[in-house]
Design a protein around this ligand. Structure first.
Ligand SMILES: [Zn+2]
Length: 144
């Protein structure tokens, strides 16, 4: 049984549309320094079915490291996705979708890099830098 649902979002200027399939309504936040530079805060993504993300419009990507890229709109500069190069998986930005695709915060990555001046409310999992790295990059040693 297919329990997935399609969601569609747009960037600020509406030139880029992002469509994806979701199975659960979950949000993930990353506080790493690259995500903070790219978004001015944390990068919050919607958990999607891997490989289901379709992007149309003038999207560009910036190769931020050996293993990752960051998508943005060429016209308005909106943050579009965080992607891993090796498998081509893209994690779309929650801000593209109305009400963050009705997602609930489930996990924070690099929680110990969150600046002292703010924090996410609510009960959810918070992984430290070491825990985040251990979860994602057993070979390369980093995930940003
Ligand atoms: Zn745009």
């Amino acid at each position: 049984m297919d329990t997935t649902e399609a969601i569609t979002g747009q960037c600020l200027c509406k030139a880029v549309s992002v469509r994806a399939k979701v199975e659960t309504r979950a949000l993930r936040a990353c506080h790493c320094d690259m995500c903070r530079k790219h978004t001015s805060g944390m990068f919050i993504s919607v958990a999607t079915v891997p490989g289901s993300v379709e992007v149309s419009g003038p999207a560009k990507s910036f190769r931020s490291s050996d293993w990752a890229e960051r998508g943005f709109c060429e016209i308005c500069g909106s943050t579009l996705w965080y992607g891993t190069v090796a498998d081509g998986v893209r994690h779309p930005a929650a801000g593209l979708f109305k009400n963050a695709a009705n997602g609930a915060m489930k996990i924070e990555f690099f929680a110990d890099e969150c600046p002292n001046g703010y924090a996410l409310a609510g009960e959810h999992q918070k992984l430290t830098t070491n825990e985040t790295i251990a979860l994602f990059a057993p070979e390369d040693g980093d995930t940003q």
